[in-house]
Design a protein around this ligand. Structure first.
Ligand code: ASP
Length: 316
């Protein structure tokens, strides 16, 4: 049977996203970012390109957009540095590439793909990953490139809150936008191949060296042509402990769950441990799911007629 159905879903992070705190202008900027990512990915899929290329292209667009916590807009560590994580997985071969703790790579997702395709490894970190980037002509930038005033201000707020302002009578209310965020994409191409990609700056004020779920295959990112492709966002420690992305796949394969039920159930497992967030997923038939247990998730998907649906809040 020839398959022609294509699917693409992207996210730009889940958390407490309050309508009352969002200006119309800012909301438009976020929506435009998600749309730009969908455009980049869907253009590839519609001309017969690979899911892997589509998810990389979509994530790259979001990494270059300062509104999202990945690449250019990455949050700061407690040391005032930026340490980025990313992963990509090919559902056809279950090949995967991941990087963590990179500080000078303009597009960590491009490096993750190079790890997958140009090395015998799956996961490279820190200076070794950057050396590998250099050898493979992947763009490195000065760390100043990652400076954004909003993220810097958020670091000061989170530090102040963590140093006592947040305990007892809470002096500072820190929004999730100040704390974290992540970007991701999942796709099904016309040949029936699935792929997933995730990229993040992690969490604001994180200890240098901390790695979240995003680059951990099976936690924040997973793809298998037999089941589904998944990209997560949320409290990384809990997503790792619940192996959320792989859990979605297992529930489909071993328990016969629908994509939607599998996605919701996997997310509930990390919530039970104490973590909130969301995920995007697509299965081998092109069904999609975008569950989240926070008040919002920047998200969007391609519809069959070629148009995009973009949403932020729980209620539309
Ligand atoms: N999951 C990411 C991390 O823990 C953060 C997020 O998605 O908000 O690094």
């Amino acid at each position: 049977m020839s398959k022609s159905h294509i699917a693409l879903v992207v996210h730009g992070g889940a958390g407490t996203i309050e309508r009352s705190k969002m200006t119309p202008e800012r909301e438009r900027e976020y929506r435009t970012g998600i749309e730009n990512a969908l455009r980049a990915g869907s253009t590839i899929l519609r001309r017969g390109g690979a899911a892997l290329d589509a998810v990389e292209a979509a994530v790259r667009v979001l990494e270059d957009d300062p509104h999202f916590n990945a690449g250019k807009g990455s949050v700061f560590t407690s040391a005032g540095t930026n340490e980025m994580d990313a992963a990509i997985m090919d559902g056809k071969t279950r090949s995967a590439g991941a990087v963590a703790g990179v500080e000078h790579v303009r597009n960590p997702i491009v490096l993750a793909r190079a790890v997958m395709e140009k090395s015998k490894y799956v996961f490279l970190i820190g200076s070794g990953a950057e050396e590998f980037a250099k050898r493979n002509n992947i763009e490195l930038v000065d760390s100043k490139y990652f400076f954004t005033q909003d993220r810097w201000d958020a670091l000061q707020k989170v530090k102040a809150a963590d140093n006592g302002g947040g305990s007892g009578d809470k002096k500072f209310i820190i929004s999730d936008a100040d704390r974290h965020g992540t970007v991701g994409a999942v796709a099904l191409d016309g040949s029936g191949n699935l792929a997933a990609a995730t990229s993040t700056g992690g969490t604001t004020n994180k200890l240098p060296g901390r790695v979240g779920d995003s680059p951990v295959i099976g936690a924040g990112t997973f793809a298998d042509n037999n089941t589904c492709a998944v990209s997560c966002t949320g409290d990384g420690e809990f997503f790792i402990r619940a192996a959320v992305a792989h859990e979605v796949s297992v529930l489909i394969e071993e328990r016969g769950f629908s994509l939607r039920d599998a996605a919701e159930s996997a997310l509930a497992k990390s919530q039970k441990l104490g973590g909130s967030g969301g995920l995007i997923a697509v299965d081998k038939n092109g069904s999609i799911a975008l569950p989240f247990n926070t008040s919002g998730m920047y998200r969007g998907f391609l519809q069959e007629d070629g148009t995009f649906v973009v949403d932020i809040y729980r209620d539309h």
